[in-house]
Design a protein around this ligand. Structure first.
Ligand code: PEP
Ligand code: MN
Length: 363
C-alpha cells in the first residue's frame, strides 16, 4: 500500500515519475459510512485519485455547526484503505487526534490553517509526532505570514518527520474578494524558494470557496509548477454538512481534471518551457497585484476629489505633486529603477488620478 510513501516515490518527484500531480480528494467531512464509502468508490473508479481525504474533527468558525463525526469516522477511513487500497488522510489539531488517527492507520495527517497559526498547538503536535513514521502535510496559516508557515514546518521536521508537504489554501483577509481565502501566490513561491525539497500542494477548494473558481485556481497552481492538488469531493454535494458550495461530485472532478493543462516535465526542452511558464505566471501574479493596488490608489484619489469639491479646492496642486515625485525618487534610489522610469510611471498614475477627480468634480 501507500503508493504515496516517499520511500517508493519521493513526493517532490511525484510529478516527474507519474507525469501528473499528486491528487488528494474526498469530502470536506466524513458524515456517514455510506457517504464515505460511496464517494471513495467513485473516486477509485475514476483512477485519478492518489489519496483519499475526509475531515473527522472539523474546526468550524462558529459553534453549533457540524463539528465532525469524531473517532467513529476513522473506522470508515480504515475501511476505504482496506477495501480500495487507497491511502487515507485526515486533519489533526490536537495530540489526541494524532494518537487516534495513528491507531486507525491513517497514512497522511494534515495540519489545518487554524492550527498552523498557533506555535503552542504546533509544538504540541510536533511532540506527539516525535519518532513516528507518517506523512504530514502542513497547510498555510490563516494569516499571510510566511514565517509562521516555515516555523510550523520546522517544528514538525525537528520531531523527525521526513515525509512532509505544504498545502497552500489561501489566507484570510479583510479585503473584499470573490475568493473565500486570498491566494497571495507570492507567499508559497517564497516558501518553495526557501524549502525547495518540500512538495507544494494547492487546495483550490478552500481558496475559492466555490465550485466556480476551482478550475482557474487549480490551473494557476499547475502553471506555477505545484506538485499536487487537494480538491474536495462529495457523492451529494448539495447535502454536505460542511463546505457544500465548494464541493463537487467525483464525476465533476474527472471533468475538471480533464480541463487542466499540464506541462510535461520530462525532457530538457520541456523543463526549459516549464521554467519559462513558471516565471511568466509569477509576472502575471505581480501584474495582478500591481493593478489591484493601482485601483485602491485611484479610490483614495476619488475620495480626495470629493473633499476638494466640498471645500472648493483646485484639483491640481503643484507643490504636493512635486513632493510626491521627489519622495518616490528618493525612496527608490538604489533599487534599480531609473529616475526616468519612475517619473514616467508616476506621470501616468497622476494623469489617471486627475481624470478620476475631474469626474467627481463634475458629477
Ligand atoms: C479542510 O481541509 O477541511 C480544512 C478545514 O482546511 P483549512 O484548514 O484549510 O481550513
Ligand atoms: Mn472543507
Amino acid at each position: 500500500m501507500t503508493s504515496v510513501n516517499s520511500q517508493i516515490i519521493p513526493l517532490r518527484d511525484w510529478k516527474i515519475f507519474k507525469g501528473r500531480p499528486l491528487l488528494i480528494s474526498g469530502p470536506c467531512s466524513a458524515e456517514t459510512e455510506d457517504q464515505v464509502m460511496n464517494t471513495a468508490r467513485q473516486l477509485v473508479a475514476s483512477k485519478r485519485v492518489d489519496v483519499f481525504r475526509a475531515g473527522i474533527w472539523k474546526p468550524r468558525t462558529r459553534p453549533n455547526s457540524f463539528e465532525g463525526i469524531g473517532t467513529e469516522g476513522l473506522k470508515w477511513l480504515r475501511q476505504v484503505k482496506q477495501e480500495f487500497g487507497l491511502p487515507v488522510s485526515t486533519e489533526v489539531a490536537t495530540e489526541k487526534h494524532v494518537f487516534e488517527a495513528l491507531k486507525y492507520g491513517i497514512d497522511i495527517l494534515w495540519i489545518g490553517a487554524r492550527t498552523t497559526v498557533n506555535p503552542f498547538a504546533m509544538q504540541a503536535l510536533a511532540d506527539a509526532l516525535e519518532g513516528v513514521d507518517v506523512t504530514v502535510f502542513i497547510k498555510n496559516p490563516i494569516n499571510p505570514e510566511l514565517d509562521l508557515w516555515l516555523g510550523a514546518i520546522e517544528r514538525i521536521q525537528k520531531a523527525g518527520i521526513t515525509k512532509l508537504g505544504a498545502i497552500h489554501r489561501g489566507f484570510s483577509s479583510f479585503e473584499k474578494s470573490a475568493y473565500r481565502n486570498q491566494p497571495k501566490w507570492q507567499i508559497p513561491i517564497e516558501l518553495r524558494q526557501r524549502l525547495p525539497d518540500i512538495p507544494l500542494i494547492c487546495d483550490p477548494s478552500h481558496m475559492g470557496g466555490s465550485r466556480a473558481f476551482l478550475l482557474d485556481l487549480a490551473q494557476k497552481s499547475m502553471d506555477l509548477n505545484y506538485d499536487g492538488l487537494m480538491i474536495e469531493t462529495h457523492c451529494d454535494p448539495e447535502k454536505a454538512l460542511s463546505d457544500k458550495r465548494q464541493q463537487i461530485t467525483p464525476a465533476e472532478l474527472t471533468e475538471l481534471l480533464d480541463k487542466i493543462v499540464l506541462r510535461n516535465p520530462d525532457s530538457d526542452d520541456n523543463s526549459f518551457l516549464n521554467s519559462i511558464e513558471e516565471l511568466r505566471s509569477q509576472i502575471d501574479m505581480y501584474d495582478d497585484q500591481l493593478f489591484e493596488i493601482l485601483e485602491s490608489r485611484m479610490k483614495v484619489a476619488e475620495t480626495i476629489g470629493k473633499y476638494k469639491k466640498e471645500h472648493n479646492i483646485t484639483i491640481l496642486q503643484t507643490q504636493r505633486w512635486k513632493e510626491v515625485v521627489n519622495k518616490t525618487v528618493a525612496k527608490c534610489a538604489g533599487s534599480g529603477l531609473t529616475e526616468e522610469f519612475i517619473s514616467t510611471v508616476l506621470k501616468a498614475i497622476h494623469q489617471e488620478s486627475i481624470n478620476r477627480q475631474m469626474k467627481v468634480m463634475n458629477e
